[in-house]
Design a protein around this ligand. Sequence first.
Ligand code: HEC
Ligand code: HEC
Ligand code: HEC
Ligand code: HEC
Ligand code: HEC
Length: 464
Amino acid sequence: MLLTVTPSFAAEETAAGSLSSNQFERDAKCAGCHGIIHFQWEGGMHSLAELDPFYKKEAEMASIDTDGLTDTYCARCHTPIGVVSGEFPPVDGSKLSDIAKRGVQCDFCHTVSGSAGINNAKFILTPGETKWGPFSDAESPYHLTEFSDLHTKAEFCGMCHDVNHPTNDLPLEATYTEWKEGPYSKEGVQCQDCHMTPGITQFEANPGKSASMGPKRDHIFTHYAVGGNAFITDIIGDKTHRDMAIERLQSAATLVVDAPASAEAGETVTVNVSITNSGAGHMLPTGLTNMREMWLVVIATDGDGNKFYHYGALDEKGIIDPDAVIYNTILGDADGNKTTKVWFAESIISDNRISPRETVFEEHTFTIPADAKDPVTISAKLQYRSAPQAIIDYLFDEGTYVVPVIIMAQASDSINSPDSDANTDSNKGVQTEPTTESTPGFGAFGLAGILTIIAIFVHGKRRV
Ligand code: HEC
Ligand code: HEC
Ligand code: HEC
Ligand code: HEC
Ligand code: HEC
């Protein structure tokens, strides 16, 4: 892929309330000719950006906490047409037209005629006859078409996928910046290459037609807008998008367990687990990372299946083992205390996420029980959850939603006693395919509990 120049930014963003929602066309209209693209978009997170109950609860809470100061700020990305048409606020959405409720939609993205820069939705809209897109030779009987370099670049996505605090400028979401500072931007790999092609971790051509009466082309960009959200897509989206989110999460990381080849029963051993961000063009995880949770589960069992080490388990309320390292960001408020409310955030207390292509290590040290049968198996799983169960239980009535836990990757290794035949030099951890099914909530791990624990010691983490 060729290195490309960053599009230039100009002028001022379209102001709130400066347009009317009836200047935009309904997505159903576009579906008439762009049926496949519409099918891909419908039920994905762009189509759900306004309806998303998790977003709505948070936006309502922000509005109450700030006396409405955050209203147009939040909604400018989640219902852009609602904001530019002045139908939002009120924050309850009671004045939103049907079109504004359709989130980030066709006639929003394709009437973007320019950008005033990265972050906080600095888009410039020119609704009307012309639809801006990636082709310089497109002809439509219904609308005019115009080539837009911006649409083919990460800077288009970066208008909304970098979110800074409205008053103190703290980066709350920095997917674009993470990409820009990482290896993929240097190689010219755009967001669109991974998120708008079947490739997931790289560009992969998708030949076909972009409109029913259009010409056959070598590549048509897909519109699923799939990230890691298997939670909201399951509740109000559809199975296609949910399953694609799981598949994407399972393409993002590589896991290796490295245990000593041999050890005696009763011995204390250290096992090294490495996690590599092998597939994501930004940090892992990215986006709203003060909510997202990614963590390891490490289980050691002996030859009879007795479990003697269990790290990263969920308790019966769905809370992650407090000793486990969670890869995410923790925000601090004005007093330096932890906060999960982005509108109160003034600092980033910690950020231990994994950069693109970076590998991190976790060390797990435990004692093999004296009566353990050969061989000892250490299995590790990398898990992802869109939000802490406790926060969803707080926002909605407890028991309303169980946030799914997705197994992103799994791997194992074994330890044999020194005199075992199975004990060879080539003892190497193996990565196995993660199961395609998500773990529904915390059932399996929560109940398992921790059996006869001989010892659970240190688990450190270091970076290379
Ligand atoms: C989040 C913004 C966004 C939304 C929403 C969106 N598109 Fe697109 N669309 C794009 C971008 C960006 C491209 C070009 C990607 C590239 O060239 O890298 C594109 C490409 C296209 C193309 C050119 C053919 C192709 O796919 O390459 C058509 C036609 C199109 N979109 C129609 C639609 C329709 C119809 C909808 C609604 C169902 C829609 N788009 C929703 C951003 C969007
Ligand atoms: C009557 C059919 C029809 C309708 C309705 C229609 N389009 Fe198109 N559109 C086309 C055709 C045909 C093309 C050219 C396809 C090609 O060359 O691959 C096209 C091309 C496009 C392109 C690519 C432009 C470029 O230069 O890259 C975009 C973007 C687009 N349409 C968006 C929309 C949106 C948004 C709507 C709804 C508001 C819509 N279209 C409604 C037929 C239609
Ligand atoms: C108008 C602002 C806007 C633009 C422009 C935009 N997005 Fe989004 N995008 C959003 C919002 C808002 C959400 C989240 C909706 C939610 O979770 O409620 C989202 C969600 C997503 C998701 C799903 C995330 C998940 O957790 O599953 C992906 C992937 C994504 N966008 C990729 C892109 C790409 C690639 C582009 C550029 C071609 C782009 N977006 C352009 C606003 C935008
Ligand atoms: C090399 C491929 C690649 C590139 C380039 C890439 N992504 Fe991703 N993206 C992924 C993979 C794989 C995931 C799933 C793992 C994860 O959630 O981080 C993902 C996840 C996401 C998510 C969901 C994050 C979450 O967990 O809530 C968003 C949003 C997103 N990407 C947006 C973008 C944007 C915007 C760009 C460009 C600035 C981009 N991506 C560039 C591969 C890529
Ligand atoms: C500049 C654009 C932008 C602004 C402003 C913005 N968001 Fe978002 N929001 C996004 C994007 C993009 C995502 C998807 C990121 C990801 O998948 O992790 C998102 C995701 C979310 C989610 C996660 C939804 C889910 O289903 O997991 C919540 C909740 C949310 N935003 C609430 C808010 C609130 C509250 C505000 C105002 C205080 C706000 N957002 C302001 C762009 C924005």
